[in-house]
Ligand binder design. Structure first.
Ligand code: NAD
Ligand code: UDP
Length: 311
């Protein structure tokens, strides 16, 4: 198949492109390099099945493709809050442009939605039926509400125009090629530990997250894209839940670092708890994560050690 991956030069997108090229597909990677990076796709550049398009998805584009994975959007709080208006435009206008393309060329489109659409959840673990608890006017809203509208657009293009859509809700994912400076907890803690700097826990560190290794996520994404008769939304994530303080201690242990933990103020609207209920993914896709956190973190620590060593 000919497959378009928007945001293909980003962290998750680059792993997805690699996997799809490996499976024998022709992959078009579209990216404006806001948070993505040519280094992420360097090993694909000479491959005749791989094409790179520098483009901003807030602008329309016409391409002949069979599948569209719509990942283009900054994902870390620091990056999506850098230019909030642009973040909303990317989610909303990007979704409209990609859905228009899918409609025109009759491609199937998968939207990379997020656990953030549940906001600060009052249902735990989060099931797909839960409608969420999102602040519409806070500093995370540009991302959360943009992604919620993108889901709405998927469903409306599906109902109104018969577009073949899929929606996945990705929970915190980590692995090699996360940006070193994106401010997310996994990259921050590992980089701090490797540099011997203090690990910055926000608040008391009692908030929880559940971390999924990128290879598992990519496997779930492809299963969902190729699943017939189920459009989602479906949660994809690893249900192993940890507090952020425990996570910091774990990173210190795994890196053998002498770093200490310090406590910084908790950002506004930071969700207190997050863990996916993945029964639906199990039932519909036969999917569950396979990589345990110790193994995944080791890969990620090795990656960052390489990145920091090159500097
Ligand atoms: P990332 O920032 O590494 O990748 C996003 C990519 O989109 C980058 O390459 C960036 O340059 C590109 N991009 C941003 N705006 C664009 C625009 N206007 N036009 C074209 N390209 C643009 O982030 P990621 O972690 O790889 O996330 C990928 C997708 O998965 C995002 O849509 C994100 O919301 C979603 N997601 C990720 C996570 C996670 O934990 N990593 C969790 C939930 C959802
Ligand atoms: N966090 C932290 N220290 C950091 C970066 C993040 O304690 O240096 C916390 C953050 O407040 C949040 C959790 O870790 O509670 C996950 O943050 P991240 O930005 O990775 O993802 P998200 O909040 O979007 O799930």
């Amino acid at each position: 198949m000919r497959i378009l991956v928007t945001g293909g030069a980003g962290f998750i997108g680059s792993h997805l492109c690699e996997r799809l090229v490996g499976e024998g597909h022709d992959v078009l990677c579209l990216d404006n390099f806001f948070t993505g990076n040519k280094r992420n796709i360097a090993r694909l550049m000479g491959n005749e099945r791989f094409e790179l398009i520098r483009h901003d998805i807030t602008q329309p584009i016409l391409l002949e493709v069979d599948r569209i994975y719509n990942l283009a959007c900054p994902a870390s709080p620091i990056h999506y809050q850098y230019n909030p208006v642009k973040t909303i435009k990317t989610s909303v206008m990007g979704a409209i442009n990609m859905l228009g393309l899918a409609k025109r060329v009759r491609a199937r489109i998968l939207q990379a939605s997020t656990s953030e659409i549940y906001g600060d959840p009052q249902v735990h673990p989060q099931t797909e039926e839960y409608w969420g608890n999102v602040n519409p006017i806070g500093i995370r809203s540009c991302y959360d509400e943009g992604k919620r509208v993108a889901e709405t657009l998927m469903m409306d293009y599906h109902r109104q125009n018969g577009v073949d859509v899929r929606i996945i809700r990705i929970f915190n994912t980590y692995g090699p090629r996360m940006a070193e400076n994106d401010g997310r907890v996994v990259s921050n803690f590992i980089v701090q530990a490797l540099r011997g700097e203090d690990l910055t826990v926000y608040g008391e560190g009692s908030q929880t997250r559940s971390f999924c290794y990128v290879d598992d996520l990519v496997d779930g994404m492809i299963r969902m894209m190729e699943c017939e008769d189920f459009i989602g939304p479906v949660n994809l994530g690893n249900p192993t839940e940890t507090t952020i303080l425990e996570f910091a201690q774990r990173i210190i242990g795994l890196t053998g670092s002498s770093s200490k933990i310090i406590f910084n103020p908790l950002p506004a609207d930071d969700p207190k708890q997050r863990r996916p209920d993945i029964s639906l993914a199990g039932e519909k896709l036969g999917w569950s994560p396979k990589v345990d956190v110790a193994t995944g973190l080791k890969q990620t620590i090795d990656y960052f050690a390489g990145v920091l060593g090159r500097k």
